[in-house]
Structures are given as C-alpha cells and as structure tokens.
Design a protein around this ligand. Structure first.
Ligand code: MCN
Length: 762
C-alpha cells in the first residue's frame, strides 16, 4: 500500500515541540563568533526631507563600534517586479535624502551588545523636515498629495497598459442587464505577523559571503546578493535555518536583510540582527491593501452575464511585490462562475506606508471576497436565494478544462459537488430554521449564515512554474532528497519524504530532506503560491524514478538477470525478477555495488498552474445591541486534488482558516492622520488566537489535476481565501432583515453596530 494519502505524523514535530529547533537568532555557529549587533534607526515621520543626521552622541555610547547612514552607502535594492518607475522600484538600503514612511531605516548602529545598540539608536540625531503624508489608498490615488515630485502622480502602474487588464468601457457595458448592483469593497492592509520576526546573521570574509536568513526562498536571496554586490555565485552562501512562519512576507529579501552582510564586510566582523515586534509591524511587508469597485449585472431570474472589477492596489512607499498583486486578482475575478462578459482594470498607487508584499493568498482572496460579495448583493436585489443564485451560475463540471473570459485556464473542478457537500455537512436547512425562529422572536442575538465558493490559482503566476529536486542514495542504502522549495511551517520534511518513499520503497525514517542551503541544493524557487508539492514534489518523484532506473540496472547485474525483467517492489524496497520476489536485492546491496554518483539524479519539474477550489460556510451570532460577533461554526470543503498527507493538509487548512477569520473580524493595519502606525504591536493589532475560533469542521474532497503526476494542487492558502468572505457574508446575513447590505472587513463591533443603526434610521 502506498504511503501517499496516509496520516503520517510530522517528522519535524519532535524537534519543534521539545525546543530543539534552531532559528536564525539562536544560531551558535563558529562563523558568527564575535558578532556585532545591528540596530536600525527608523523614520518617525511618514514623509520628510532629511536635513541633517548627527551620530556623534550615539558613537560615544560604550560598546558602539560604528553608525552608518544613507550618506555612507549608495546602494539600492530593486523590487522583484521591474515594471515600475525607477524612483519607486529601487529602494535605498538606508534612506538618504528623504524618508517616505514611518519605520523606514535611515541609519544603523553596530554595537557589541543589543542594549548598547538600542541606547545609541535613540541618540542618533536626525533633523527631518516633515512634509504632507498620505497613507489612505483612495486619498493617494486622488493625487491630493504627491509623494514623488518627479513622478507628478502617485499612480505608478495601470494594468491595462501592460495588457494585464481589459480596461473599462462605459455604462453601455451593462445595457442588456435587467439588474445591476454596485459596491465599493475594502480589503484592509494586513500584517503577515509571523511569530519569528525578520532575522539575519552574516559573515563576509575575504573569501565568501555567508548569510543566515529567516526566509522562504534561499536561492532568491542568493541571486539578489550576487546582483546587488556584483559577486560570483560561488562567493555567496545562503543558509536558512528553521523559520517561524513567513506567510508570504519572507519571499523577497528586504533592504535590512541584504544590508547585514554589507555591514559585516564593512566592520570585518560577523553581524547579527533580530527585529523587534514593533519593527516588524511597522516596517516588514504587510499584505492585501486593495480597494475594489465592482459592478455585477444580469437578469431578474438570476442569470449573471456581466462583471466589472476595478482595483486600486496600495504599493506603499516603494514597489515591492504587493504593488503587482492585481496580476493575481484580475485573472481570478469571476471566481467559480460562468460569466460571459468581464471588464477589469487595476492601478498601483504609492502611499506613505511600508511597501506591501505577498500575504497568504496574495491577490486571490481579494478576487474571491469581491465576487462573493457581489453575488450576495445581487441575490438581495433580485430576492433570489443566495445559494440558488450561486448554483445557477457555477461553471458546470462538464465544461472543464474551462478558460474564463479573463484568460485563466481552470484545470479541473466540480463546484456543485463542493457546494452540496458543504451544505449537507452544515445541515443548512436546520440553520435557516433556527435563524427564522430568532428573527420571529426578535432575539437580541441574531444568527447569520454565509455560504461562499472559491477557486484560486496555485503554482502561479500562469502559465506555471518549475522547481528543482535531487535524489541521492547513500552508501548505506538510505536516501537524501535535496529540494529547491523551502518549508517554513508546511511540513515538507514529512510530505517530501513520503513522496520519495512512495517512489523508492525506502522507509521515511531513512529519508533525509535537505532544503534552504544554497551550497547543498543546486537551485530552487522557494516556497510561495502553494507551489511546493505540485512542483517540488513532482520533481522529487521524477528524480526518484531516475534513481530507481539506475538502481534496476545494478540490481539486474547482481541478480544476473536482464534489466528489463527486474522490478522494484515499492512496498518492501527490494529488487527482484518479476514473478520471483524470493530472490532479491535490497537498496543496501544495490548501493554497495554502485559507482560514486551512479545513484544520484536531478530533476527540474515544470508544469502549468492548478486551480484548487472549495466552499466555506460560516455561522455567526451577532449581538444587535453591541455589534459583537461570535463565530459559532465554520465548515469547509477545500479540494486540493490528490492529498499527500491528510493530517498536514488539515493543519494547513486550520491555519489558513484562522487567518481568514482574523481578516473578517479582527485584523487591520491602521494609521493616524499624520501617517503614524497605530497598530504597532500585538496589543493594538488583534492577531487571532485559538480562543476566538470554534472547532473547525473539515469535509474531504479530492479532484485530481492532470497537470502534474501527483494529481496534487496547492492547499497552503485555501483557508485564508475562503474563510473571510464566508464570515463576512454570515455577519451581513444575520442583519439582512434589518436592511443591512454591506459591511467592510474587519467587522469590528463598532462597524457592525454602526451599520445596524444606519439601517434602522434610514
Ligand atoms: N500537501 C499535501 N497534499 C496536497 C497539497 C499539499 O499533502 N495536495 C501538503 C504539502 O506537501 C505540504 C503542505 O501540505 O506539506 C503545503 O503544501 P502546498 O500547498 O504545496 O504549499 P507550500 O508548501 O508551497 O506552502 C506555501 C503556502 C503559502 S504560499 C503560504 S503564504 C503559507 C502556507 O503555505 N505560509 C505558511 N502555509 C503556511 N504554514 C505555516 N505554518 N507557516 C507559514 O508561513
């Protein structure tokens, strides 16, 4: 029996649960002996001209070795997507003449101890002339305050100019529609909030640059260092120790990350850096941060025919990947629905806030939330049951593979079954009956039910991607798997060993998975866009099959048989002539007879992206007197094709769902009117905890994809994509009989209460 699909316990957990893991800050590596500590000095105004920086007092603090400012180095880190004007694309490692958001570093202290660094950082004197700042996305888009004089506008990219949006026509687009609904939908700025903040440690000697970094993509970091410092690839070694969460924010190295090795070369000693929670909250990459203007049109009997989606994306003060994320939003605009006519547009806009990055779902949650919101509004306008409306417009199973009018090629899907399964598991009719009773009795606490569908793209951007793997059999007959993906909480040590085990017939205990070390792993793309299993896992399968083919040759010689007759029994891991298993050779026998490197194979697996889908149902109780929301149940179907390890997949769904619920009810990065962040720690920024979550009810469903040999789609982001609109829909549903039609997330008690009051008094 294959190990694929079984609930294998996570191999990595004993280490994590017993405190034996090693994060960058914990490293006790001889290459870091005698390290200095870096402390960044950060902007305290959101927009300002640097007139003077004086480090004299800071340098007098005992234990301080040096203070560098932007004037001491002329280095800029280009953003990951070179589609933006140079001013906003290339970010100075330390601000030189101008600071553009609160938290932007303009100086760095090198000290013997962290405490000396903190003291000295406070003593770096900076005369910064404050200028008008704008952190609100729509205000920035209006160009009332221009952030970069040389650009003359804050809009730095219009997606139709690149052919990445259709562009918007006029009102005639909806002329044939009997019913048209419009809504502005806000997707707030969210913090990725990994429990391990950013952290780096470097040693740049005459021979080599070694950087330890908390990252999702070791080779991307290496490539960035090679380009930035004009080095030979052999001179750079990037090592990623254990990572305490990334959630998209640790994909591309940040200015602070790449400055640490520079500082090591500058002072001739190793340098370490661990950011504080507040630094992470104000300066590390947040995500989402879009505002949508959506219009949906169709017939009075619920035939949806026209959809228009216009997106404003908040880039922050420089263009990192977040500025480009509408390229993930627009192709997912119609969600699970067969809508014939679609218009799209997106603009990226500069604001005086930390530059945005990917955050779990990265552009896709926004598409889902908006289309699902529009379906609810259309249902309300036509008085059609929201489930009936959805069911009527779902892309039918028979139409797959299905190319949407916005050019996405959905591989496989069975959306009606997903919806049915979720409704059955939720006992939907009973929920509606309970809701009616509460309404009839005018209960203070009203029940709401939200039912949404989602489809997302993994291993994108379209058309697809690639990943590297190498499989090696050791002289002892064990296996080593080298993977270009990089687990930072996803459990690859377990699932990747399972994929290798299934193809080699070697027990997972005998398989070591190696990631995140650019000397040991030849190349790789890293872990992003829920791509690792379908691409990285398929690469392991390919490499393992090549190793088996080589092993069969050796076994045939040992068995004195023809290679064509020799087979590997994948359950027992022995080679034998087909039909005579009693006479056999083990991997130990084969490994002992192999030439060096004979049992070693590389694979670069390249494939089209895949489209996981599902249905989320949320049940909430809303206190109509206080606006307080309690999430009572969340039931989900998340179809990620063939599942390698259901236990790990359930964990991924749990984590994603919790983050999706957090976005619906709790989390939002906010600023005051001067652009100061007011959510700069976990007291002000309400990250979700187990206490706010009900038991999560997960329904299984698996529709394999033909796009890779595993049949697997991604699961890492699904929960975060489906849960937010489900909870939002449920809260609005609880209040729909009062006339409430829309509340933006996060639905704080204040917002919910205000919406009730507004509806009652209109
Ligand atoms: N898996 C499986 N069967 C499938 C799909 C996945 O058994 N059909 C397993 C995989 O083998 C892997 C895990 O589920 O162990 C997630 O796999 P996959 O969906 O391929 O996603 P990635 O490994 O590429 O992870 C990326 C994804 C993203 S983009 C973010 S953001 C994210 C996430 O995963 N950040 C996380 N999950 C996270 N989980 C933790 N704990 N921490 C983060 O920072």
């Amino acid at each position: 029996m294959s190990i694929i699909g079984t609930r294998v316990l996570r191999k990595e957990d004993p280490r994590f649960l017993t405190g034996a893991s090693t994060y960058t800050a914990d490293l006790n590596d001889p290459r870091l002996n005698g390290a200095l500590h870096a402390t960044f000095v950060r902007a305290f105004v959101a927009n300002g001209k640097i007139l003077e920086i004086d480090s004299t007092d800071a340098l007098s603090v005992p234990g301080v070795e040096a203070v560098l400012t932007g004037a001491d180095l002329d280095l800029k880190l280009p953003g990951a997507v070179p589609r933006f004007p140079a001013e906003v694309l290339n970010r100075p490692l330390l601000a030189r003449d101008h600071v553009r958001f609160v938290g932007e570093p303009y100086a760095v202290v090198l000290s013997e101890t962290i405490s000396a660094g903190l003291d000295a950082a406070e003593m770096v004197f900076a005369d910064i002339e404050p200028l008008d700042a704008v952190t609100d996305l729509e205000d920035a888009a209006s160009d009332k305050v221009i952030i970069y004089d040389t650009l003359g506008t804050n809009t730095v990219l219009t997606f139709s100019d690149l052919g990445l949006a259709t562009g918007i026509t006029d009102a005639a687009f909806f002329a044939d529609c009997e019913v048209v609904v419009k809504q502005r939908v806000v997707h707030p700025r969210m913090s990725a909030a990994p429990l391990e903040t950013r952290s780096a440690a470097a040693n740049w000697t005459a021979e080599r640059l070694t950087l330890f970094l908390s990252s999702q993509a070791a080779h991307r970091v290496k490539n960035t260092l090679v380009r930035l410092y004009n080095l030979n690839p052999d001179e750079v070694h990037v090592i990623v120790p254990d990572v305490g969460g990334g959630f998209g924010a640790k994909v591309s190295p940040t200015p602070e990350d790449v400055l640490i090795p520079y500082l090591s070369r500058f002072c001739g000693r190793p340098v370490r850096w661990v950011e504080t929670r507040t630094e992470n909250m104000i300066a590390a990459g947040p995500g989402r941060a879009q505002v949508h203007y959506a219009t949906l049109g169709g017939s009075t009997d619920g035939d949806i025919t026209h959809y228009r989606l216009e997106v404003l994306a908040d880039a922050g003060a420089y263009t990192r990947v977040g500025a480009f994320l509408p390229f993930f939003t627009l192709p997912m605009a119609p969600g699970n629905y067969d809508i014939a006519n679609i218009e799209t547009q997106a603009k990226s806009v500069i604001t005086n806030a930390a530059p945005t990055e990917a955050f779990r779902g990265a552009g896709r949650p926004e598409a889902t939330l908006t289309i699902e919101r529009m379906f609810d509004l259309f249902a309300a306008a036509t008085n059609i049951d929201p489930i009936t409306l959805r069911r009527k417009n779902l892309i039918p199973k028979e139409k797959f593979p299905f190319t949407t009018p916005v050019g996405s090629e959905y591989d496989t899907g069975d959306y009606a079954t997903s919806l049915d399964k979720a409704l059955a598991a939720a006992e939907y009719e009973k929920l509606r009956t309970a809701q009616s009773k509460r309404r009839e009795s005018n209960d203070v606490k009203q029940i709401g039910i939200g039912v949404i569908n989602y489809v997302e793209v993994t291993a994108g951007p379209a058309p697809g991607g690639n990943e590297f793997a190498q499989v090696e059999i050791t002289p002892e007959g064990k296996a080593r798997v080298y993977s270009g993906a990089l687990s930072h909480g996803q459990g690859h040590q377990t699932t990747f060993a399972m994929i290798a085990a299934a193809n080699l017939g070697i027990a997972i205990e005998e398989i070591e998975v190696i990631q995140g070390d650019t000397d040991q792993v030849a190349r790789g793309e890293g872990t992003v866009a829920s791509r690792s299993t379908q691409l990285g896992g398929s690469a392991i399968k390919d490499a393992a099959e090549s190793v088996v083919a080589a092993a069969v040759q050796i076994a045939a010689e040992l068995l004195e048989a023809s290679a064509a007759d020799v087979v590997l029994n994948h359950d027992t891991g022995v080679f034998h002539v087909a039909g005579t298993p009693a006479v056999n050779k083990t991997w130990v026998d084969v490994a002992a007879a192999a030439e060096p490197e004979q049992l070693l194979a590389d694979a670069d697996f390249n494939a089209r992206c895949t489209y996981p889908f599902g249905t989320h149902i949320a049940v909430v109780e809303v206190d109509t007197q206080t606006g307080g929301v309690e999430l009572k149940r969340i039931i989900t179907v998340d179809d990620a094709g063939t599942i390698i390890n259901p236990l790990i997949v359930e964990g991924q769904r749990h984590g994603g769902i919790a983050q999706g619920v957090a976005q619906a009810l709790l989390e939002e990065v906010r600023f005051d009117e001067d652009g100061n962040p007011v959510t700069s720690n976990f007291a002000d920024y309400a990250i979700i905890s187990a206490a706010e979550m009900p038991t999560i009810e997960l329904e299984p469903m698996a529709t394999p994809t033909p796009n890779n040999p595993l049949g697997a789609k991604g699961i890492g982001e699904s929960g975060a994509i489906g849960a937010t609109p489900a909870v939002q829909s449920a809260v609005i549903d609880a209040l729909s009989h009062l006339g409430v039609r829309h509340i933006d997330v996060p639905m704080s008690p204040q917002k919910v209460w205000s919406a009730i009051q507004k509806a009652l008094h209109e």
